[in-house]
Every structure is written in C-alpha cells, then in structure tokens.
Design a protein around this ligand. Sequence first.
Ligand SMILES: Nc1ncnc2c1ncn2[C@@H]1O[C@H](COP(=O)(O)OP(=O)(O)OP(=O)(O)O)[C@@H](O)[C@H]1O
Length: 232
Amino acid sequence: MIELKNISKKVVKADVNAPILSNIDLCITKGEFLSIMGPSASGKSTLMNILGILDVPSSGEYIFEGTNIISLNSRRLADFRNRKIGFIFQSFMLIPRLSVEENVEVPLLYSKWSQAERRKRIEMVLEQVGMTHKAKDLIVNLSGGQKQKIAIARAIINEPELLLADEPTGNLDSESKGEILQIFQSLNGRGKTIVLVTHDQEVGQIGKRILTLKDGVWAKTDPSSSKVGAML
Ligand SMILES: Nc1ncnc2c1ncn2[C@@H]1O[C@H](COP(=O)(O)OP(=O)(O)OP(=O)(O)O)[C@@H](O)[C@H]1O
C-alpha cells in the first residue's frame, strides 16, 4: 500500500545541513498496525509528517497505492491527503468552542455529501468511538480521553485508507489510554491501516509490528521479539 524508498530529510541548522532522517526504507501493507517507536528527537514526528504528506523529504521516493507522491503538485497533494489520510495528534487539535458533532463534521465541509449523508456519517463515527451521547456537548466541556475519541471520529469520517496517530495517548490518564488503544484495535480489526508513533513502550506494544528509530535511522531490534518486522 505504502512504500518509502531511501527517504532522507535534512534541515539547515546554523548554516549546516543537519540530517533528521537518513536512508529510510519502509513498506506498509493494507490492514497493518505498525508502531514506530524511538527516543525523543529520533525523527519519529518528522517521519510521520512525511507519511502524512505534511512535509516533504529532501530525497527519496514515496509511493502510495501506486501514486508517486513527490510528483504531485500542491493542490493534488492536499486533495490526496484529505481523501486518503486521517490524523490523530497528542493535542487533539479540536475546535474548543464548537460542539462535538460540529468538530466531527469539519472534514466533510468541502465534500459533496448531502446534509442527510453527513448526519448519517457523523452518527456512525460517534457510535464507533462510543460518544453518541455527547454529540451536542461543547469540546471545551470534555475530558482529555473524550476529546481524543472525538478526534478519532473526525479522523475516520472520510473513510481514509490510512490512520496516522502521533503520541495519541501522550496527554491521557491510564484508563483513557486503555480506551483509546481499544478503539484503535477495533478499527484495525475492521481493516483500517494504522501507523502509531510513540515513545511509550506499553502503548507501542499494541502494534502488530514494531519499528524503532534512533538518530534518524532504523535501530537494530531484538530479533527474539515476534513483532519486530523487516522494513521492506
Ligand atoms: N524544521 C526543523 N528545523 C530544525 N530542526 C528540526 C526541524 N524538525 C525537526 N527538527 C529536529 O530534528 C530532530 C527530530 O525531531 P522529531 O520531532 O522528528 O523527533 P521525535 O522523535 O518526534 O521527538 P519527540 O519524541 O521529542 O517528539 C530533533 O532534533 C528536532 O529538533
């Protein structure tokens, strides 16, 4: 489904080209649940941003279902991203003064769906995250765990091929963390491809395959772990 070939990312720091990612290869198959782990500043978010087409690599190839992402112009990139990828962030990125259902509807605003179809979809995704009873509440009145459930509902409303979650439980207590991980497992059980980035060992274990970044390259992993997978 997704192939990254020899991806590198450099930034200019104090007039010097500093590498953040070097020669990264990665193959993600449809329906996979991949955890990308690694210490702080190892390049996890940078890789996630490249996968999410929010950032461009300095070199390398990115193929998404046969489309060479790097060859697309910015308008087609935005369209591709909106249709194919759902994002979940540590800080939720919801609009606090809007209601739950208004937040969940945001990705549909530029779609051609009828009002009836929108309502149907909002109800469906709120049900999937167990938040139907909060549809009319303002985001500002929800707990962290509830906010993240709404962020997941918003991320799946366009039925994206790929869900990218960057430290999705980083701001949550352990009970909410468990609930959020269960939702991811249930989505993956229904065939959704998920890539989760975390530095939390316990959270990372939810992935069916675990890869670790260290200083911008794949770390050599413990071959005795059943979840450790090949990059390509
Ligand atoms: N645009 C940028 N300009 C300069 N340096 C950057 C830029 N983006 C990332 N970096 C640096 O690249 C390194 C990797 O950053 P990144 O955020 O990808 O790491 P991370 O593994 O997600 O870290 P954390 O777990 O702390 O969020 C860090 O040293 C960061 O300061």
